[in-house]
Design a protein around this ligand. Structure first.
Ligand SMILES: Nc1ncnc2c1ncn2[C@@H]1O[C@H](COP(=O)(O)OP(=O)(O)OP(=O)(O)O)[C@@H](O)[C@H]1O
Ligand SMILES: [Mg+2]
Length: 175
């Protein structure tokens, strides 16, 4: 499967979710490549930090910040089970090749007005919203800084469970 995390807005968690989705699949024994399509290179930075920390490599990260990415992704997908693309700032070219678009709610705080309004705004919307939601959790910030995943920090924590549920839901979309 080729999954791209995209959003017009910056700082919404594309890199966080791309790394955690890839990490979860890798932990389940699947071969994964992450394509860092953002010139900022945050996924590459995370991977380098992870290596400096002496932590095991879970998946390769390739830097490929070009508009032609949608042509190259299928080829990169050949040797692996999944390609996860950490989205670029401009997404027009990639969106053209999105076959199955879905929203994922990140930094979701269930009992807030904004969460309720978002739910209402997206209700019955196409593309549909994934049922799995990711809460606002300090563990994600710690993970980003230290080249870790939330499951490295707290294997049985809520954040790790949310990531497992999100990965399972995405994996089930086309199988
Ligand atoms: N569920 C979450 N809970 C708490 N913090 C989060 C969560 N998701 C992301 N963050 C934090 O929010 C910040 C932005 O996340 P991230 O870098 O993943 O976003 P991005 O969409 O890739 O940003 P950019 O547009 O700069 O590439 C980071 O500090 C990250 O640790
Ligand atoms: Mg990013």
């Amino acid at each position: 499967m080729i999954v791209a995390l995209l959003n017009q807005k910056g700082g919404v968690g594309k890199t966080t979710l791309a790394l955690h989705l890839a990490g979860q699949w890798a932990r389940e024994g699947q071969r994964v490549t992450v394509i860092d399509a953002d010139p900022q290179g945050s996924a590459l930075d995370w991977s380098a930090q992870r290596a400096r920390e002496g932590l095991p490599r879970l998946f390769g990260v390739i830097g490929l910040a070009r508009d032609t990415l949608h042509h190259e992704a299928p080829e990169l997908a050949q040797g692996v089970d999944h390609v996860v693309i950490d989205g670029p700032p401009r997404v027009a070219a990639l969106l053209r090749s999105a076959l199955l678009a879905r929203f994922v709610l990140n930094r979701y705080a269930a009992r807030t007005v904004i969460a309720r309004e978002t739910r209402l705004a997206l209700a019955g919307h196409e593309p549909a919203v994934l049922a799995a939601r990711i809460g606002q959790r300090v563990a994600f910030a710690d993970a980003a800084r230290t080249g870790r995943l939330v499951c490295d920090l707290r294997p049985h924590g809520i954040a790790a469970r949310e990531i497992a549920a999100l990965t399972a839901e995405i994996g089930g979309l086309v199988s």
